[in-house]
Design a protein around this ligand. Structure first.
Ligand SMILES: CC(C)(COP(=O)(O)OP(=O)(O)OC[C@H]1O[C@@H](n2cnc3c(N)ncnc32)[C@H](O)[C@@H]1OP(=O)(O)O)[C@@H](O)C(=O)NCCC(=O)NCCS
Length: 164
């Protein structure tokens, strides 16, 4: 089923806020409510977020620091995948991977050459998820000791070819 990224509005806010990861996953990412609170608290991190839909069902949430001025170790960028949440009932169907691919394509279209993210390096965490998508460790940690990884994004010319 195809994934679409949609704005959060009065019409869907309640359904998106009801999305939940499994309790044992909460330490890796928190909740949609928590993400929206982070977005309000850190406007200088330039949060951009969308609900992920599979067909007409909201299944998850993504948030990006959108072309931010990096201030490491707290603000990483310019393009940083800040949150990926797929509701526990919808995990394992490829929706998370497709949502991240779409984010990567959106930021690539804005001129990004890499998409960064970070994860808690613990058992049950999303390290393998990011590895399968092609993210590789930069060798750095963020201010919370999370492993920073990046996905190279190929820029192409107007004919779709990589620049010479
Ligand atoms: C991590 C998460 C976003 C993955 O979303 P998902 O929709 O379940 O993942 P997908 O079905 O798209 O999986 C894509 C691939 O990654 C693999 N994968 C998914 N979660 C994984 C994990 N935790 N560890 C290792 N591999 C994982 C899948 O097996 C699949 O592999 P395949 O392509 O070989 O079949 C989701 O499980 C989640 O929201 N987890 C809790 C919150 C979290 O950790 N968020 C990320 C940190 S911000």
């Amino acid at each position: 089923m195809s994934v679409t990224l949609r704005e959060i509005t009065d019409a869907n806010r309640e359904a998106v806020l009801a999305l939940r990861v499994a309790p044992e996953q909460e330490r890796f990412v928190g909740s949609v409510q928590g993400a929206l609170e982070d977005a309000a608290e850190y406007p200088h991190a330039k949060p951009w977020y969308r609900a992920a839909y599979a067909g007409d069902d909201p299944v998850g949430f993504v948030m990006v620091s959108w072309n931010v001025q990096p201030q490491p170790p707290d603000i990483i960028g310019p393009w940083f995948l800040w949150k990926v949440i797929i509701d526990r009932r919808y995990q394992g169907h490829g929706y998370g991977a497709e949502a991240v691919r779409q984010v990567a394509e959106l930021v690539r279209a804005e001129g990004a050459t890499e998409l960064l993210t970070s994860y808690v390096p613990e058992d049950g965490g999303p390290a393998g998820f990011y590895q399968r998508l092609g993210f590789v460790p930069t060798g750095e940690l963020d201010g919370n000791g999370e492993v920073i990884v990046d996905l190279a994004l190929l820029q192409t010319d107007s004919a779709g070819r990589p620049p010479a």
